[in-house]
Write a protein that binds this ligand. Structure first.
Ligand code: COA
Length: 190
């Protein structure tokens, strides 16, 4: 990304399917790049894998979205998947509120507003489904993520011991599990 991108005008819009679009025009070279946030599909697996940390983790999340237990969205910039998020609609870490997790933006395009757009897309979907609050948790020592969510209006609600499990996408077997010290954060959806 050029330095011009920091001062380029950014336009938000929603397409006919309700997907959030953001356009940023680079003034120097007259290139216009459009960011699309849309539901993830099975064919996104290879693009989502590196962002999720592994192909199998991405596959488990896609399967949960296909079952309807969760939603998963990708951010696409010029056909390149540059971000991902998932929402768990029940059995999150702060029930009965939906739980936003798995948010990741490709390092090369961080601090360009893509994480914010992904969170806003999750909040829009939560509102449409009647949720009053979006919740999430972050590792207690992840100062960058905490600052990011605070910038988006999230506040710390309480400390939490997060129980995580890795599941084999083929068999459904739990292949690893553990706990992590996290902070539950939330934001009212108005
Ligand atoms: C956290 C993450 C998703 C943010 O995505 P992003 O696209 O870089 O964030 P945005 O550009 O939308 O940032 C919006 C605002 O959040 C704040 N912010 C973002 N990253 C920050 C950081 N590392 N430190 C402090 N503030 C930060 C800033 O106020 C920023 O606005 P600004 O750039 O105009 O100052 C991204 O850094 C990431 O994928 N990190 C690795 C995975 C991760 O930590 N996921 C969340 C864990 S639950």
């Amino acid at each position: 990304m050029s330095a011009d991108s920091e001062t380029a005008p950014c336009i938000s819009a929603t397409d006919a399917d309700g997907h959030r679009l953001r356009m940023r025009a680079w003034q120097g070279d007259h290139v216009t790049t459009r960011l699309l946030i849309r539901p993830a599909r099975r064919s996104d697996l290879d693009g989502v894998g590196p962002l999720a940390g592994s192909l199998s983790r991405a596959q488990v999340r896609l399967q949960a979205a296909e079952r309807g237990d969760e939603s998963m969205a990708v951010a696409v910039l010029a056909s390149w998947i540059v971000g991902v998020q998932s929402i768990r609609w029940s059995r999150g870490c702060d029930p009965p509120h939906p739980w936003l997790y798995g948010l990741h933006v490709t390092p090369e395009v961080q601090r360009q507003g893509i994480g914010r757009a992904l969170v806003q897309a999750a909040e829009d979907l939560g509102r449409r489904r009647g949720a009053h609050r979006m919740t999430l948790d972050v590792d207690v020592d992840d100062a960058g993520a905490i600052a990011f969510y605070q910038a988006l209006g999230y506040v710390v609600r309480r400390p939490h011991q997060h129980r995580w499990r890795s599941v084999d996408p083929q068999t459904g077997d739990v292949i690893a599990e553990g706990t992590a010290a996290t902070l539950i954060m939330g934001r009212a959806l108005r």
